[in-house]
Design a protein around this ligand. Sequence first.
Ligand SMILES: C[S@@+](CC[C@H](N)C(=O)[O-])C[C@H]1O[C@@H](n2cnc3c(N)ncnc32)[C@H](O)[C@@H]1O
Length: 295
Amino acid sequence: MHEPVLLKEVLDIFNPRPGQTYIDATINGGGHARAIAERVGKNGRVIGMDWDCDIISEARKRNAERGIKNIDLVCETYRKIQDVARERGITDVDGVLFDLGFSSYHTDQSGRGFAFSKDEPLDMRYHPERDRKTAADIINTYPEKELSDMFMRYGEERFARRIARRIAEERRKKRIVSTKHLADIVWHGIPPPARNGRIHPATRVFQALRIAVNDELASVPLGLTAAASLLAPGGTIAVIAFHSLEDRIVKDFMKQQHTSGILRILTPKPVRPQPEEIHHNPRARSAMLRAATKN
Ligand SMILES: C[S@@+](CC[C@H](N)C(=O)[O-])C[C@H]1O[C@@H](n2cnc3c(N)ncnc32)[C@H](O)[C@@H]1O
């Protein structure tokens, strides 16, 4: 089960009270949503959204087993958060949470190639039924220059050009369709001394591909803007990002909304996990939480 990060900090910022309405725009394992649902009680409501319908099906089963009735689960992208609220007759909410990116479900269980620790098909779509382009499509069809730009922009990969060249050479021999094959190409594509760093050489390439497949960086500002417009006065938006590219978007969004007088920033600097949380859940180490409240 995915361990919720910065849970105490999120609850401190939201301070949910009985009868309130919240949206968890990226519910996944539901750790944050359940804690909020407990506090808003049976007269309150949590809408839990996720773009991965397998996750929503599992969450429905789990909530039924546990008798949880005040979490309404929806398989939809947070780009459509306003439609989801409107369809439920909700015009304003007390808080919206975004916990961006992927989860341990994706790397450990989905079988969709989010990690290279297992050999899986290179897919990486959160929503295979609606999104067409897989990671394999990108790797095998994008021009070498576009691959290189993608690794540089979304992965901040310093050997982007070399890796893209190697991929272009390899795919002429054989279509690249598995995670291990791609990780192996990246490994051989970088200079030998760079292979022994803190993280596996393929980590940044996999991050870049996941962002590209799911158009993640374009989704974030769209989702945040839509969510801000749903907040009641005094309502709070909280966003957890896991890498600097996402965090920069969140920071710029909050600054711009603050300057326009729509939101007031609650976190001048991102809130980071305490050392005990990182010790207990290493995935939390890069988490950055920012929050703002509606004027
Ligand atoms: C880091 S996890 C959230 C973890 C969750 N807070 C918990 O406590 O278990 C991020 C989730 O966002 C989902 N996601 C990614 N892009 C999305 C989008 N555009 N709309 C809605 N959900 C999305 C992923 O499928 C994933 O389940």
